[in-house]
Design a protein around this ligand. Structure first.
Ligand code: AMP
Length: 358
């Protein structure tokens, strides 16, 4: 059995490690030189939309998946029908366009911050009238880790927002003064078996995920978030892992976005759950029975961004994952996971480790 994975970054690498344990071979497609997943299988070093490379992937693999959501839909359409592609291309299409994604949430009764489409400068002022300020402008496509966003705090910011982002299709979104952010990760296999992981409590800085903790002691939110993820999985006839990011504001749970792939906020599942999100993603797309998503304790994860300090290599009580990437400011280079018997144990460990590595 061989699986084709589009993208050979750290998510591809972690999928590759899980594949090895399932005795499944991986063949990656990625244009970068020396990507992290090269240690787990052969990499076809070609652009993501290279027709010949895609045909090769389709020819040699039993199933195709992807590790990032900016894979061009047109590339997948080239091979659709010749080999199963999971998650389904329709899910990818929704996730690539924030307007489309938000309309999908609305259709499925998943609450979300109020929003407006922005196609012209005047639409920003009109959106501000309805949504109020602050409000956030986001590019409809190709945004990640807070890139392609502008927070408008006063009417005078509109020109600057339009100047920096106006060349692309945009949306305006109500600013949510959230208490905290959570994500719910679900998985569905080809036969329709569904499992959900415990909710993660996530902390972002400058739009980039810094840490996750799971489980979160908020059963009512966990139940509601799980329902929303189930709705998405069923509606999209989804296969694979899906992560839904949400804001918690008072008693409200508001959807921000979903990722049709394994997710950074689920890295803790490698040590902290009975079956990792990576193994379950592979099980789902290979139509194997899914593994238990139960927590093995109280897990926490810290991202290592920009550099891996030497202290990270000498930590006690945590698991370091070094993706083998060249250091660069703002780049995710690795992460550390801890698992405690209690939430207090986990938090104490995370505190010690974050002080020594950040
Ligand atoms: P995104 O790329 O949409 O996931 O945004 C990255 C991060 O920016 C989120 O995880 C939030 O921390 C913050 N953010 C995005 N949208 C909003 C919003 N409407 N209100 C408040 N914070 C937001």
């Amino acid at each position: 059995m061989r699986i084709g994975i589009i993208g050979a970054g750290q998510l591809g690498q972690m999928l590759g490690f899980a594949a090895r344990d399932l005795k499944v071979e991986c063949l990656f497609l990625d244009p970068s030189i020396s990507p992290p997943a090269r240690v787990c299988g052969d990499v076809i070093q070609r652009p993501f939309d290279d027709a010949r490379a895609l045909a090769e992937l389709a020819k040699y693999c039993d199933v195709i998946t992807y590790e990032f959501e900016n894979v061009p839909v047109s590339a997948l359409q080239r091979i659709e029908g010749t080999v199963p592609i999971y998650p389904p291309v329709a899910a990818l299409r929704h996730a690539q366009d924030r307007l489309d994604e938000k309309r999908l949430f609305e259709r499925l009764g998943i609450p979300l911050p109020a929003f407006r489409a922005v196609d012209a400068r005047e639409d920003i002022a009109a959106a501000a009238e309805v949504l109020g300020l602050p409000m956030v402008i986001k590019t409809r496509r190709l945004g990640y880790d807070g890139k392609g966003q502008f927070v408008i705090r006063k009417a005078g910011d509109i020109d600057e927002a339009w100047g920096s982002l106006g060349a692309q299709a945009l949306i305006a979104e109500q600013w949510v003064p959230f208490a905290y952010e959570v994500s719910s990760i679900g998985v569905r296999n080809v036969d329709g078996e569904v499992r959900l992981y415990a909710l993660s409590h996530n902390v972002h800085k400058d739009g980039i995920l810094r840490s996750s903790r799971s489980p979160l002691d908020a059963p009512e939110f966990a139940e509601r978030a799980a329902q929303y993820v189930r709705r998405l999985l069923e509606h999209l006839d989804y296969v694979g892992v899906l992560a839904l990011e949400l804001f918690v504001k008072g008693a409200e749970l508001l959807a921000n976005e979903f990722a049709p792939r394994v997710h950074n906020s689920g890295h803790w599942t490698i040590e902290g759950a009975a079956t990792s999100q990576f193994e379950n993603h592979l099980r789902a797309v290979l139509n194997l029975p899914l593994g238990s998503t139960a927590n093995r304790g109280h897990a926490g994860m810290i991202n290592l961004i920009g550099e891996i300090p030497s202290a990270a290599r000498a930590i006690d009580g945590g698991h370091l994952h070094d993706y083998g990437k060249t250091p660069r400011a703002g780049r995710k280079l690795g992460h550390i996971t801890v698992v405690g018997e209690t939430a207090d144990d986990r938090d104490a460990l995370l505190d010690i480790i974050s002080r020594s590595v950040t």
